[in-house]
Design a protein around this ligand. Structure first.
Ligand SMILES: Cc1cc2nc3c(=O)[nH]c(=O)nc-3n(C[C@H](O)[C@H](O)[C@H](O)COP(=O)(O)OP(=O)(O)OC[C@H]3O[C@@H](n4cnc5c(N)ncnc54)[C@H](O)[C@@H]3O)c2cc1C
Length: 384
């Protein structure tokens, strides 16, 4: 979508976010509590159903609109991590789910009656090496029985549905390195306490992340997405959307840090003049702005390719990498610009600083982006 067409969407996100100022987020951060009101407001306004086609009750907007929504949330000082997964996990259901599954779930998600916010891929032992995951799903009549464990399954306590990747064929019997994994849409309402246990993990920021345990957890065979054994391919195909949306969030974070630093550098007077008059203070702000704008171009490029249905693996990875670096550089600059006040809770900087640090590691860590580019773009030997 063109920038001019996105302006009204951006404006309405900004208006909504204005009702959720720093005090709201600070109070939740202290308690590590979930921003229920904020997520409900976004859902009610239809923003979280942006990518659901109109036929299923969503707004049928393209990726650039979803990216603009996530960027504005962050630029307003809010935190979209509480709900961003609904946008990117949806793609797996949309692209690979059956007509019956889409009809069963998408309209209810669009109406805000169901949440699809949990994405169970990472495991404690497999880490980045997804193909070595150990959670199994074994067919037993019209059900699968799931056994194993996931970690860092964010928002599991605040979601009805979880997109789960599990092994359905033992690795040594699989027809290829990437075969034998399957994707399931788990209705957690049916199995909580009956095969599914969720334990919160306290982290350095308020992220509602958890570890989940499966013990003979039944999942109807009807909830298998696409073909059995093809799940890794389906998850990979959703990853570009995830990278682009999180990159857009990082751009929003960078904009927030830059605006905050520029305003403070103009207002704060030391030695009888604004600190921002010193080049030693203004240059880092300008540098952070340049980095953010360059990253923003790559995010746009990736979103444009994505919505044109073109290959965008390299651009989505580069966008996520550049944007996460830009937001982290801006965060560091913002603390420095504020001196001691950068550490004070009431300025929100230390909170946003902790929040934006995550995107160097999740959903994919910096090294793995670099090795993707080295191998798939530059033709260097595979390193792992
Ligand atoms: C707050 C939070 C929320 C998350 N939410 C979710 C979620 O909702 N769902 C989900 O499935 N996952 C989630 N994750 C998991 C996240 O995607 C992983 O943490 C991330 O992919 C890195 O995996 P790991 O932590 O196992 O690190 P490891 O794989 O153990 O890697 C550790 C370090 O070693 C480096 N490394 C590993 N192998 C190589 C290599 N071959 N070459 C170079 N460097 C290498 C990595 O880059 C990393 O820096 C979340 C994580 C966090 C912290």
């Amino acid at each position: 979508m063109e920038a001019a067409d996105l302006a009204p969407i951006r404006e309405s996100v900004r208006t909504l976010c204005a009702s959720f100022p720093g005090e709201y987020w600070r109070a939740l951060d202290r308690e590590r509590a979930y921003p229920e009101k904020f997520v409900a407001a976004l859902t009610q306004a239809g923003f979280l159903a942006a990518l659901i086609p109109e036929d299923y009750g969503g707004s049928g907007l393209p990726m650039s609109a979803a990216a603009a929504i996530m960027e504005e949330i962050q630029a307003a000082g809010c935190n979209g991590a509480a709900c961003h997964a609904q946008m990117y996990t949806m793609g797996t259901l949309l692209r690979h789910g059956s007509a019956e599954q889409k009809a069963r779930y998408l309209p209810a998600i669009a109406r805000g009656e169901l949440r699809l916010q949990a994405f169970g891929v990472t495991e404690p032992t497999s880490g980045t090496d997804t193909l070595s995951l150990r959670t199994t799903a074994t067919r037993a009549g019209d059900h699968y029985l799931v056994n194993g464990q996931k970690i860092w399954t964010s928002r599991a306590e605040h979601s009805d549905l979880m997109l789960l990747l599990a092994r359905t064929t033992p690795r040594e019997q699989a027809t290829s390195r990437t075969a034998g994994l399957s994707v399931f849409l788990v209705d957690m309402r049916d199995v909580k306490g009956q095969g599914l246990t969720i334990r919160p993990i306290r982290t350095m920021m308020n992220h509602a992340t958890t570890e989940v345990f499966f013990e003979n957890m039944p999942v109807p065979a009807l909830n298998l997405i696409g073909a059995e054994g093809e799940g890794f391919r389906y998850i990979l195909s959703g990853m570009n959307a995830e990278r682009i949306l999180i990159a857009a969030e990082c751009i929003g974070d960078a904009k927030w840090f830059i605006a905050k630093a520029a305003a403070y550098a103009s207002a704060r007077e030391v030695f009888g003049r604004p600190i921002g008059q010193n080049q030693g203070v203004q240059f880092p702000i300008a540098r952070a702005y340049i980095g953010m704008r360059a990253a923003e171009l790559m995010v746009r490029e990736a979103a444009t390719l994505y919505e044109a249905g073109k290959e965008c693996g390299a651009e989505a990875n580069m966008a996520k990498h550049l944007a996460a670096e830009a937001s982290w550089a801006a965060a560091d600059m913002c603390v420095q610009t504020h001196g001691g006040f950068g550490f004070a809770e009431e300025f929100d900087i230390e909170r946003k600083f902790r929040e934006t640090r995550l995107y160097q590691v999740a959903p994919i860590s910096t090294n793995l982006v670099l090795s993707y580019i080295a191998e798939h773009v530059l033709g260097l030997p595979r390193s792992y």
